[in-house]
Design a protein. Structure first.
Length: 558
């Protein structure tokens, strides 16, 4: 938590956590404004968690979420009315503090004057110059446009990997990465955290340590796009122009897509490995669980790492088996889809573990509501004729995977298809309508698995094609749809699912070394000991081990 003073009695901060509330109360904070929509980040507590902690300390809270860079006059008016009545000292927070500072500036700037408002923002660490026109109500103040050859939106696995792939091919390229986060996560490790294999700290590094040294890091959020002008608009209305744009901000976890979920996450036996701070809670629940009903859920596709929901079930069940408690545990898996896994060749091996753990499978069941204190969950079941019914069940522990979608600023843009995903050609990853734009990772509409392994193969393809478009490369490259899902069926063994478009099997190793359709100790060693270093020191550094791009129209790596 980083606090900054905008004015007397007015503070702003980046994302706060429930455990920060005691410190804020000690500093005299009377009112808290949340301006960040729930589900923007994988390490973000929902507002309900903040509000519950604040209520115990008699701190008033207001939920006024705004989309970064899309703050309307109605948003400003709503904030101004609440601000006028709020007890001070007060605190506004969002992802970086910028939206909180922006609402304050737009609501108070007319009284303070432009110069004083901008200076207050500057002293607090926020460049509010892009708001000048709105504050003074005139078009007289022009905002300068910063230009970079290549602009990358997102500093996650895909963004850092593609930046490194570009710079490894052309070290003089002018590359900028836009991401407001201070922290970079190795999200494939969270399943292992939830299974008691990894410590949470091993899955996190500072963003500054993973951004390539030759890339410019713009620590801000993107508000919108002007693709015809080749510009990206940052929060605070700051424009950035580009020759080539690469879009890879990941996806959004829609915790509110399940009624009652945000009020009970992290308590009452309700957990999820899809959030950094909750994966450890999963392991704590599993260790303490001796008997009762354990429920695991999977939402409608697409989601990141489609195997992760059942991985949580397998690792939990394996622990109960090893500790002698499995006979007293009733395990149920509720899947919104019609099959256990989308590539049929891997299902037989998985079914052997379903039988071993005596897990009951429920297909075409979508979690719609949860009541944590009552230990109840409701599912919408769909039969073969498309008829729906509601099923109520109880639980003692439940692992929930939320519905997932593209980030709000992406879905509100002109870059998406009808389903809200960035619309690209699946082979080149070039946008179908804007040729200077590429996308990779979870945010695209490519029919591949949304995994870090897919991003590892996509990054060199996008780097090769962008350089070709900029007349700095000799060839174009194609993506073959590769994705991988190491299915942790027990502690010490993995079914290493590797496949491409259409479910075509694409094993990286000969069958005598790792039989991808059978559980393997070597595959476990790969997941536990080899893949994390490959992620940190190869993928994020532009070293393309087993990921060299294929020349477009060829069958050999470049």
């Amino acid at each position: 938590m980083k606090l900054a003073n905008l004015a007397k009695g007015v503070l702003v901060a980046d994302q706060i956590l429930p455990e920060d509330l005691n410190d804020l109360a000690a500093q005299g904070i009377k009112t808290i404004f949340c301006h960040r929509p729930d589900g923007e980040g994988a390490d973000q507590p929902n507002f309900a968690e903040i509000a519950q902690a604040a209520k115990k300390l008699k701190i008033k809270t207001h939920y006024l979420p705004v989309v970064s860079g899309k703050i309307s006059d109605a948003d400003v008016t709503a904030f101004a009315e609440l601000f006028k009545e709020a007890k001070q000292p007060l605190l506004g927070y969002c992802r970086s503090g910028m939206r909180a500072a922006t609402l304050w500036a737009l609501s108070q700037g007319a009284n303070l004057g432009l110069a004083q408002t901008l200076e207050a923002g500057k002293q607090a660490g926020f460049d509010l110059s892009g708001l000048s026109q709105r504050i003074v109500g005139t078009q007289a103040n022009n905002v300068s446009v910063i230009h970079h050859e290549v602009v990358i939106i997102g500093g996650g696995a895909a963004g850092v990997a593609v930046a490194s792939s570009l710079l490894s091919r052309n070290s003089k390229l002018d590359v900028a990465i836009i991401d407001p986060a201070d922290t970079h996560y190795y999200q494939p490790g969270w399943t292992m955290v939830g299974g008691g294999v990894f410590k949470p700290a091993t899955t996190v590094k500072t963003m500054a340590s993973v951004i390539p040294s030759k890339a410019k890091w713009i620590q801000a959020a993107v508000a919108g796009f002007e693709p015809d002008a080749k510009q990206v608009i940052l929060e605070g209305c700051r424009p950035i122009s580009y020759d080539a744009l690469i879009v890879c901000p990941g996806l959004k976890l829609n915790w509110h897509g399940i009624e009652g979920l945000v009020e009970t996450l992290g308590q009452n036996g309700v957990t999820s490995n899809y959030r950094y701070d909750l994966a450890q809670y999963t392991w704590e629940l599993v260790k303490k669980f001796k008997k009762g009903r354990a429920v695991f859920t999977q939402p409608p596709m697409p989601i990141k790492c489609a195997g992760a929901p059942q991985k949580a079930m397998y690792l939990s069940a394996d622990h109960w088996l090893r500790s002698g408690h499995l006979a007293d545990v009733d395990i149920e898996f509720y899947n919104s889809g019609p099959v256990l896994f989308g590539v049929k060749e891997y299902v037989p091996a998985l079914m052997e573990y379903v039988k071993r753990y005596r897990a009951k499978l429920n297909f075409n069941h979508r979690l719609t509501k949860i009541d944590g204190p009552a230990k109840k969950a409701w599912f919408t079941a769909t039969d073969a004729d498309g008829n729906t019914s509601t099923l109520e069940t109880t639980f003692d522990m439940i692992h929930v995977v939320p519905p997932q979608q593209a980030p709000d600023f992406i879905r509100a843009s002109s870059l998406v298809d009808a389903a809200g995903w960035v619309d690209v050609s699946q082979d080149t990853l070039q946008h179908k309508r804007y040729p200077s734009i590429y996308a990779l990772g979870d945010v695209t509409n490519c029919p591949n698995a949304k995994t870090a392994a897919a991003a590892r193969k996509q990054a060199p393809v996008v780097a090769t094609n962008v350089l070709f478009d900029l007349n700095k490369g000799q060839h174009r490259a194609a993506y073959d749809g590769y994705g991988s899902c190491p299915l942790t069926v027990q502690r010490g063994k993995i079914v290493l699912a590797e496949f491409g478009f259409g479910g075509r099997l694409m094993p990286s190793f000969p069958k005598w070394f790792i039989n991808s359709q059978q559980p393997s100790r070597l595959a476990w060693i790969l997941k536990e000991r080899i893949l994390p270093p490959i992620y940190w020191w190869a993928m994020l550094k532009g070293r393309e081990w087993l990921a060299k791009p294929i020349k477009l129209g060829a069958d050999k790596a470049l």
